[in-house]
Ligand binder design. Sequence first.
Ligand SMILES: *Cc1c(COP(=O)(O)O)cnc(C)c1O
Length: 387
Amino acid sequence: MKKIQMVDLQGQYQHIKETVNTSIEEVLNSSAYINGPLVHEFQSDLEKYLGIKHVIPCANGTDALQIAMMGLGLEQGDEVITADFTFAATVEVIGLLKLTPVLVDVDPETYNIDIQALRRAITPKTKAIVPVHLFGQVANMEAVMEIAREHNLFVIEDNAQAIGANYTFKDGTKKKAGTIGNVGTTSFFPSKNLGCYGDGGAIFTNDDELAHRIRGIVNHGMYTRYYHDVVGVNSRLDSIQAGVLKAKLPFLDSYCNARRTAARFYNNAFSNNSNIITPTTKSNATNSCKEICAICDCHVFHQYTLQITNGKRDDLHKHLLDKGIPNAIYYPVALHSQKAYADSRYNESDFPVTNNLVKTVISLPMHTELDQEQLNFITKTILDFVN
Ligand SMILES: *Cc1c(COP(=O)(O)O)cnc(C)c1O
């Protein structure tokens, strides 16, 4: 059996080596390392793929979030609501900009922002909501957008984990994750679903004015060379990374399908076990299923995450490592319990779901190169241990 990896970047590279190498050589031969033609080509390819007017590339997914918030003109003291169960980058940039983060609990089925908790957290100071499409599944955007309209709030989608996913509204309209709110952000970190070979990120919007502001902010606040109209940052996607991404974008849908196939295998294998809760896919608030069928294109399985409900999660984590099966706990500590983000306004009773998830979740190997033999070995090892 091939060695099992959490993410098999090398295996994936071997399949696309020629295309990627040609793209990188194009940059090397042109020496246009910054802002070269491939950056613009990738940007326009991604705009077409997402069906969005503006993609603004930047240096990483954390910058993308920060720049989106700067572009919207959020100011010190403005409250920004986001999920308690996510990677810290989301709340980190809110803090860096001296905005006030307001963490809320997540939905027990999707692990995405809980709509009732979100409603309860709104105050007159609330200016924006940051839904995170966690583990590759789009948050309940129908409800998020309704709340945003009612209260006149901005919506910034943290789409670092769900690029390629679709969201189906109740009326049947489909939109790509990251293109529903006022602005969406993503990361091209190597292990993300569309990863480059270094750091990278992007911001998406249909709003022409916002796109213009953001293009200045990523470039030192310049709209005309050496005229600095606003305080900006230096955040660029370099041409080599753009070359890698341009070569990989045409494979994104097949990569998402490969992940869904592996997820379906896992779900079936674990479906009858009373100690394991498998992921639920919800294409919108009313439609939930465990089948990962064709309509569940709302989930692109950046992570495949189980809950182990018999108290043996940590033992399983160690056992799998002993057996050569990499696995990870995303995330072991709720954000409201982190030293950097603790706030006396929070009560433990506000976060029952997140407080439970941090004790029960475990993420299994998930990538585009998993084969049957590996999947059989992983599922059998887990079932033998948990039963
Ligand atoms: C990876 C990630 C980010 C940050 O992306 P970087 O490119 O690593 O800065 C932000 N939010 C979420 C949810 C992520 O998973």
